[in-house]
Design a protein around this ligand. Structure first.
Ligand code: NDP
Length: 334
């Protein structure tokens, strides 16, 4: 066991006397953490939309209160009962139950099952890994679904919704790196220069994917899509995708409903590929991290990154819920 400093600091979500769920900095001891094989000293975590929900105690994310949010973390092994990990190993953990069913990365230490731990890929450090986090990992799976559908860059433009969000930005950046012509959809026109810097060929407003008519098919425009928002944008895109195109779906910030007919699927052979990061099987998980650290590796520009401490998380959560955040937020657990 390394020199673990107790007590240590964590951000704990709990119900206050008026029934509201709020977060506050608390001191914890190792004995407070859930059971597990490996203790990781956290260097960085990150703030995703799911973390924002967890900070408010959303029952769809958090199993019980009190709760430590943080679905991602990276750092070094501080203690291990597993033959696979030794003290000092640089590692990362994303998804599984971290920060959801189990206490997560907004803490100086986390304890997790050994098979949740991923060795830090060569070429990445803790900070870079958390600029990726679940957002970049979800983008990688989305890109993998498009590449796996044999859609080459010459098939036509690929549209990405929620483009200034974590998943959106990573999707734009990876697709552009792979040579795709990316149309970014964003509600933030002031971020057009940033999205172009990431590699978007074109940036359009959200109205471009907001067809509320009941027409089963629309004019074909896109060879593929990474949709991070769901709702009307996703139904619009599915009806506007070229023959044999592939549309990935991972999010619901614009709505969970999907009013649609089967026509895009049976007349145009469009594939709707669901993306689920938390329970991604380990072989694919390792394959995605390999891509993210080699042929799909991107250094996001610093103006896409914001670094905050635990006490700054609650304000940042408000900004996320108001749809105001741009890019990735790194959380330093202090
Ligand atoms: P962010 O909050 O970082 O980004 C979401 C983006 O969506 C915003 O930046 C904004 O981009 C756009 N947006 C916000 N509100 C609306 C709205 N009402 N209508 C249309 N667009 C909107 O979130 P993440 O990138 O972390 O996550 C995106 C989605 O993916 C979330 O729903 C999240 O839960 C989901 N997700 C799912 C995963 C899975 O495994 N299935 C894993 C990770 C994320 P802009 O202003 O540029 O339009």
């Amino acid at each position: 066991m390394s020199d673990i400093q107790e007590p240590f600091v964590a951000l704990v979500a709990d119900k206050s006397s008026d029934g509201e769920v709020t977060t506050k900095l608390s001191e914890l001891k190792l004995a407070d953490l859930p059971a597990g094989d490996v203790v990781v000293e956290v260097a960085y975590s990150s703030l995703n939309y799911k973390d924002a929900l967890a900070c408010g105690g959303h029952p769809g994310v958090v199993r019980s209160l009190p709760h430590v949010p943080g679905i991602d973390c990276a750092g070094t092994v501080a203690a291990s009962n597993s033959d696979d990990w030794k003290v000092g190993d640089p590692v990362l953990v994303t998804g599984y139950g971290l920060g959801a069913e189990q206490w997560g990365g907004y803490s100086q230490y986390v304890r997790v099952p050994a098979d949740w731990v991923v060795a830090m890929p060569e070429g990445l450090d803790a900070r870079h890994a958390m600029t990726i986090g679940t957002a970049g990992f979800t983008a990688a799976q989305s890109v993998a679904a498009i590449v796996g559908s044999d859609i080459q860059p010459d098939r036509g433009p690929v549209v990405v919704t929620g483009a200034t969000g974590g998943v959106g930005m990573w999707s734009v950046a990876i697709l552009a790196k792979l040579g795709y012509e990316v149309t970014a959809v964003s509600g933030k026109p002031e971020q057009i220069p940033l999205l172009k810097k990431l590699g978007a060929a074109e940036v359009v407003g959200r109205e471009a994917v907001n067809d509320t008519s009941d027409r089963p098919l629309l004019k074909s425009k896109w060879a593929a899509a990474v949709d991070t928002v769901g709702g009307t944008p996703l139904t619009t895109i599915l009806r506007s995708t070229l023959h044999r195109g592939c549309v990935t779906a991972c999010g619901l910030v614009a709505g969970a409903d999907l009013p649609l007919t089967v026509h895009p699927f049976i007349l145009r052979g469009v594939t709707l590929a669901g993306v689920d990061s938390a329970k991604c099987p380990r072989p694919m998980r390792l394959e995605m991290w390999k891509h993210l650290s080699t042929d799909w590796k991107v250094d996001l520009p610093e103006d896409c990154l914001t670094e905050i401490t635990l006490s700054e998380v609650p304000n940042r959560v408000k900004e996320i819920m108001a749809g105001k955040v741009v890019g990735r937020t790194l959380v330093v657990p202090k």
